[in-house]
Design a protein around this ligand. Structure first.
Ligand code: IPM
Ligand code: MG
Length: 351
């Protein structure tokens, strides 16, 4: 079959890692007789530099007209320490989420046996941990009214949620739980925040329709602690935008495989697939960044956006083999470290 994939490589190591995922997808195309058409577009700091807009209209139109978006990373140190910058790369990401209606960010947290020793946690705590963080992505404090007083000495950000938005994301949480171990943890701060009370109330209203799912509620501070103390207790965790931002980063490092974890952002229009790590500016152009998280994001793309599960599984298998055979980049290598491009070549050749 024919599929159109928009490629938004972005900043830092984005282009290098995305290039490897494309090699692997092309190999999938040859093996399974699909035709993937890749079209590149600008996003992030690169887009600001070239056209003054971190998510140009042309990029948006390309995404809308594609079957899926493969995304690299955005962010550039020249903006991080400049809180006064008027246009920021991150605005491109937020605009993309809003305009494509990507209300859910899905981050599976899985352990890779060969990398457990890289975990900051004790092996017995983390070995076999396997859960999914579902983060609401187009509401909450990220998108509420924000501003600054005239004298600039006061600032505010508003957290807003509607029942519709909460139901929509919780429904996805129930769906994922039904497909997995049937446990759903709703994370909020209902002891303090009105929006969190709306979340909890909505979840309680929805539970009778899902009798097979065991639902529990956890305050976000407690959840932050329990992810570290007892990661294996979670199956599906669902939470609002900002809590999800923080908890999903926390969850991603406990397995020791930050460079391996993919993510999907899904919603109303075209879905976006990207590694959970950032643009790693220190490694840019050095051909040392780990491409596996992006390659595994391509597997999620095949499975969730194109409904090609066998093809997705083929990618996961070849990634497993590259780790067993030690064809990996310096961040996870035990002996010889391979370059980013060598890992991509090997995966494509061995798929
Ligand atoms: C993420 C990132 C973004 C976010 C930033 C870059 C705006 O941290 O995707 O988790 O906060 O959502
Ligand atoms: Mg984040």
């Amino acid at each position: 079959m024919d599929f159109n994939i928009a490629v938004l490589a972005g900043d830092g190591i984005g282009p290098e890692i995305v290039e490897q995922a494309i090699k692997v997808l092309k190999a999938v195309g040859v093996k399974y007789k699909h035709n993937f058409n890749f079209t590149e577009a600008l996003v992030g700091a690169t887009a600001i530099d070239q056209v003054g807009d971190p998510f140009p209209e042309e990029t948006f139109q390309l995404c809308m007209n594609s079957d899926a978006v493969l995304f690299g990373a955005i962010g550039d140190p020249k903006y991080d320490n400049d809180p006064k910058a008027k246009v920021r790369p991150e605005q491109g990401l937020l605009a993309m989420r809003k305009k494509l209606g990507l209300y859910a960010n899905i981050r599976p947290v899985t352990t890779f046996p060969s990398l457990i020793h890289k975990s900051p946690l004790r092996k017995d705590l983390v070995e076999g941990a396997d859960f999914v963080v579902i983060r609401e992505l187009t509401g909450g404090i990220y998108f509420g009214d924000k501003g600054r007083s005239e004298d600039l000495n006061t600032a505010f950000d508003t957290c807003v949620y509607t029942r519709f938005e909460v139901e929509r994301i919780l429904e996805l949480g129930f769906e994922y739980a039904a497909k997995r171990d049937k446990r759903l943890t709703v994370v909020d701060k209902a002891n303090v925040l009105a929006t969190s009370r709306l979340w909890r109330e909505t979840a309680q209203d929805m539970t009778p329709a899902h009798p097979e799912i065991e639902v529990d509620y956890m305050f976000v501070d407690n959840a932050a602690m329990q992810i570290i103390q007892w990661p294996k207790k979670f199956d599906v965790m669902v939470t609002e935008n900002m809590f999800g931002d923080i908890l999903s980063d926390e969850a991603s490092v406990i397995t020791g495989s930050l460079g391996l974890l993919p993510s999907a952002s899904v919603g109303i229009h075209t879905s976006v697939f990207e590694p959970i790590h950032g643009s790693y500016p220190q490694a840019t152009g050095k051909d040392i960044a780990n491409p596996l998280a992006t390659v595994l994001s391509a597997a999620m793309l095949l499975e969730l956006a194109l409904d090609l599960s066998d093809e997705a599984q083929a990618i996961r298998s070849v990634v497993d083999r590259s780790m067993i055979e030690g064809v990996v980049t310096e961040d996870i290598s035990e002996e010889k470290a391979y370059h980013t491009s060598e890992v991509g070549d090997w995966l494509a050749a061995n798929l």
